[in-house]
Write a new protein. Structure first.
Length: 376
């Protein structure tokens, strides 16, 4: 079975492995921890386990909890140092909460704190995959958060929406459910009269991105609708469905799946595991700008040749991940470069017959081979 509607996220046959992301504003309100709501959510997770589903939780809230304990203003987000300190304190409380509440249902919680590099580096990504697989096979419920106590602005996800999608890729999940403070994606700002909730989206296009508004209404979290659409794009590369639903109500999973209230993003394709990882990368070492002819050739499944490259950006080595962009700045693909940046500068715009003389050694078949590239 494949996922075709929101109700399938509660079907063990269609969705054997589900990632549930919980935003900060759902866990921590103005009066502090929303314990009663969390207890109800944990009961839903236990019910999912009871019907045969494996569940991974991606939980925000460490910074908000730590800021309350330390008395930091702006929810602990006034500075990077404040956020790191708040996370260090809050993560203990957050993991303990999940462990205690899941334990009441006879479930074992496992904590994983991940950084961007843990999922961008191929070897560390595979290690995360192995750990998640073993934990799920052993019957545990992994509870994952970004390691905000050590992450910096340059090497962090910045929101748990995209983290949840990358975790879903690593765990080979079937679907992601983003619980937030909105019902889903609307065709315009939901505050505007006549705004319509979209129940299903097939592929995140430029038109879909144009519907996104800024941050979440709570001001507590770090992700807005734009980050959720980016998460949907990451999930789609691996053939994973992603849903956005409101967590402001009691029993939010039942409301989303039982009543069909939310937005379900259905993937249009499924790349291989390695290409899905490559396409979902958020940190690239550089970019290759290509002309219109090369862009068309890439669309037909060709490798990227030097003749079609018009500009080289960034400092990268052979084997590093780079973006391939057209002249208008649209990212066409991610790929692993066969040359370093300086060599690409020498080769750009030249024919293959010239490469041996330019390089001083036998050239490779392409600058980015199609087997090491994923179209976006």
């Amino acid at each position: 079975m494949t996922i075709a509607r929101l109700s399938d996220l509660a079907d063990a046959a269609a969705c054997p492995r589900l990632v549930v992301k919980v935003g900060s504003s759902l866990l921590v309100g103005k009066q502090g921890l929303r314990r009663q709501w969390i207890e109800a959510l944990v009961a839903e997770i236990a019910a999912a386990r009871g019907r045969g589903q494996q569940v991974i939780v991606v939980s925000s809230g460490a910074i908000a909890l730590g800021a309350a304990k330390l008395g930091l203003d702006k929810g602990g987000r006034g500075s990077l140092a404040d956020a790191q300190a708040a996370a260090a304190v809050g993560q203990i409380a957050l993991s303990g909460l999940w462990a205690d509440l899941l334990g009441l249902h006879g479930l074992t919680a496992a904590q994983l704190l991940l950084t961007l590099e843990d999922l961008e580096d191929r070897r560390r990504y595979l290690n995360a995959t192995a750990t998640l697989t073993r934990l799920l096979d052993a019957g545990a419920v992994p509870v994952i958060n970004e390691n905000d106590s050590v992450a910096t602005q340059e090497i962090r996800f910045g929101d748990n929406d995209r983290l949840a999608a990358r975790v879903a890729q690593a765990a080979r999940a079937d679907a992601v459910l983003l619980l937030s403070d909105v019902d889903g994606l609307f065709d315009r700002n939901p505050a505007e009269a006549g705004a319509k909730l979209l129940s299903e989206v097939r592929g995140v296009t430029a038109e879909v991105h144009a519907m996104a508004t800024g941050g979440s209404s709570s001001g507590m979290g770090s992700g807005g609708m734009t980050s959720k659409l980016q998460a949907a794009e990451i999930a789609e590369l691996a053939g994973i469905a992603l849903a956005i639903a409101s967590g402001l109500h009691d029993a939010p999973i039942a409301r989303a799946c039982g009543e069909g209230i939310g937005t379900l993003f259905l993937p249009r394709r499924k790349a291989g595991a390695r290409k899905a990882w490559l396409g979902g990368r958020l940190r690239l070492k550089g970019a290759l700008v290509v002309d219109a002819g090369a862009a068309r050739a890439l669309g037909r499944g060709s490798s990227l040749l030097a003749a079609g490259i018009t500009a080289v950006e960034g400092e990268f080595q052979r084997g590093d991940a780079v973006a391939v962009r057209d002249a208008e700045g649209h990212v066409l693909a991610h790929g692993l470069s066969e040359y370093d940046a300086a060599e690409c500068q020498r080769l750009k715009g030249t024919q293959s017959a010239e490469h041996a003389a330019l390089l001083g050694y036998a050239p490779r078949s392409a600058v980015v081979h199609r087997d090491q590239m994923v179209l976006l």
